[in-house]
Design a protein around this ligand. Structure first.
Ligand code: NCD
Length: 320
C-alpha cells in the first residue's frame, strides 16, 4: 500500500517497511541538505498546522520541513485565537481546513482528537501529539536518531525515563522500539508508570520490559537513556505533581558509569531532568535529535502528499 494520502495518528498506522522507508528517505533528505540541495518536491502544496497546545519543535520543524521542500504553511499556534473559542467543534474546523490545505498536523490536549479529526478530514492528518496519547512523528525522529547512532534498533538497550504515564512520546516510542526488537527498561516513579494498555501492546509483541524506579542502576547498561519531562499540565492535582517533580536528574557525575557510546535523548523541552552540564558531553544527542526532526518530517510530508514517486526525484531507494 502506498503512503500517499494516508494519515498518521498512531505509530501502528505505519507498518515496519513504511517506517523504514520514511527513515531511509529522511537519510536522503539529510544528505541533500548537507550538500545545500533543496528538492522542490512540494511546490504549490499547503500544510495546515493546527496547534491547540503549546509547541516549539514540532510546529517549527514541520513548518521548516514543508518550506524546505518548496511548500507553504498556514495555521495557528494556539487554539485561543481560533473559532474554537466561539464554540466551533474540532470536526467543523477540520472540515474547513480540508479545503484550505493538502495535509494537516494537529496537536490537541484531548487524547483521541487526531483520530477523530481523520473522520472529518478529506486530507491526511498527522498527529502532532494528542493529550497523553501518542506522538508518532516524534517516534520517527527518535528511531532515526537511534539508527544513526547504532546503525540499527534491534538489540539496542533503551531506558525510557520519567513520566511514562502522561508522556505521549514514550507511549508511541515504546511500541515502536518493541516492534523493532530493542531491549526496553522503563524507569518511572510508582505514580507515573507506563499505562497498562501500552504494556499490553508490548506484551502482544512478546516484549516484557524491565521495570525500575531508580535511574542509577540502569545507567551502566543502557545504550540509550531517553529522558522525559514530568508532564505538569496533565496532572489533575498540583499536589500530585509536587510529589513527583524533580524525580530524576541526569548529571555528568551520574553519567560517569555510562557506556562510552551511550547516548542521552530527550524529546525536549527539558525542565530540570538533564543538567545543563551534560550538554557538553559526547553522550548528549538531544539537540541533534531535534534537528533530525526536520529531515524526518520532510520525508514524511513528501511521502504522504506525493507517494513513493518522490524517490525517483531524490534518488532514494525503497527500503528492503
Ligand atoms: C513533547 C510533547 O509535546 O509531547 N515535545 C515535543 O514534541 N518534542 C514532550 C514534552 O512536552 O514533554
Amino acid at each position: 500500500m502506498t503512503l500517499r494520502g494516508r494519515s498518521v495518528v498512531s505509530i501502528n498506522d505505519l507498518n515496519d517497511d513504511e517506517i523504514l522507508l520514511i527513515l531511509d528517505t529522511a537519510v536522503r533528505m539529510a544528505e541533500l541538505a548537507e550538500r545545500d540541495e533543496h528538492p522542490d518536491l512540494l511546490g504549490g502544496w499547503v500544510l495546515a498546522n493546527l496547534f491547540f497546545e503549546p509547541s516549539t519543535r514540532t510546529r517549527l520543524s514541520f513548518e521548516s520541513a514543508m518550506k524546505r521542500l518548496g511548500g507553504d504553511v498556514i495555521g495557528f499556534s494556539e487554539g485561543g485565537s481560533t473559532s474554537a473559542m466561539k464554540g466551533e467543534t474540532l470536526a467543523d474546523t477540520v472540515r474547513m481546513v480540508s479545503g484550505y490545505s493538502d495535509a494537516a498536523v494537529i496537536r490537541h490536549s484531548r487524547e483521541g482528537a487526531a483520530r477523530m479529526a481523520t473522520q472529518f478530514a478529506t486530507i491526511p492528518v498527522i498527529n502532532g501529539g494528542d493529550g497523553a496519547g501518542q506522538h508518532p512523528t516524534q517516534t520517527l525522529l527518535d528511531l532515526y536518531t537511534i539508527r544513526k547512532a547504532f546503525g540499527k534498533v534491534e538489540g539496542v538497550k533503551c531506558a525510557l525515563v520519567g513520566d511514562l504515564k502522561y508522556g505521549r512520546t514514550v507511549h508511541s516510542l515504546a511500541i515502536a522500539l518493541a516492534r523493532f526488537g530493542a531491549q526496553l527498561t522503563l524507569v518511572a516513579p510508582e505514580a507515573l508508570q507506563m499505562p497498562p494498555e501500552i504494556l499490553r501492546a508490548l506484551e502482544e509483541r512478546g516484549v516484557r520490559p524491565r521495570v525500575e524506579t531508580a535511574l542509577a542502576p540502569v545507567i551502566p547498561e543502557a545504550d540509550v537513556i531517553y529522558m522525559t519531562r514530568i508532564q505538569r499540565e496533565r496532572f489533575p492535582d498540583p499536589e500530585e505533581y509536587a510529589r513527583v517533580a524533580g524525580s530524576y536528574r541526569l548529571t555528568v557525575d551520574a553519567l560517569k558509569g555510562a557506556k562510552a557510546h551511550a547516548i542521552v535523548l530527550h524529546p525536549l523541552p527539558r525542565v530540570d531532568e538533564i543538567d545543563a552540564a551534560v550538554d557538553a558531553t559526547a553522550h548528549a544527542k538531544y539537540f541533534e535529535q531535534a534537528l533530525n526532526g526536520v529531515h524526518v518530517r520532510m520525508a514524511l510530508l513528501a511521502l504522504l502528499l506525493r507517494g513513493e514517486e518522490i524517490l525517483k526525484e531524490i534518488g532514494g531507494q525503497r527500503a528492503a
